[in-house]
Design a binder for this molecule. Sequence first.
Ligand code: PRP
Ligand code: HPA
Length: 178
Amino acid sequence: SQERLRRIRDRVRPFPDFPEPGVLFRDISPLLKDPVAFRTLIDLLEDHVRASCPKIDLIVGLDSRGFLIGPPLAQRLGIGFVPVRKKGKLPGATESISYSLEYGKAELEIQSDAVEPGQKVVIVDDLLATGGTMCAACELLKRLKAEILECLVIIELKSLKGLEKLNSIPFYSLLQYD
Ligand code: PRP
Ligand code: HPA
């Protein structure tokens, strides 16, 4: 598994000063482009969720890079996928919340009927930085009375201390950077 993790880590590219000065951007494009590495990524996430969250009902993915990982993972697990989107994209009744992230501010939404009260969800995204995005998604799911089993990301940027913002919600990352 260390070997499999290394294959994934080798396909994350750092870009200094993107999208603004001072941010070291971790780009997962090479990981998505390599079919063996991408399959390995989904294998590792599937193994983790089966072991840690066996009672899961739904995968919730965050706009937009959570949409790259969430649906293939949900298919593997044989369960459904629910999108949390940036404001103004979802039709019908929605819950919305504004939040700040490492490089800016935005607003997230979920359809009010997307999750039944008591359903057990795992929230997935590519990366945890300040935790603002993940924390906002957790708040939306709590409003719908979902049970959040875990927040799951590929990459955790340790120095931004996003984990502290998540309080006691279980969290797992495949790769960590300082
Ligand atoms: C990035 C990343 C996470 C979030 C992490 O998405 O994919 O969703 O920022 O930052 P945080 O922990 O400080 O909140 P971004 O908002 O850039 O949107 P995108 O996926 O549409 O590019
Ligand atoms: N890479 C990708 N997304 C991000 C980053 C990063 O370094 N920081 C905040 N969102």
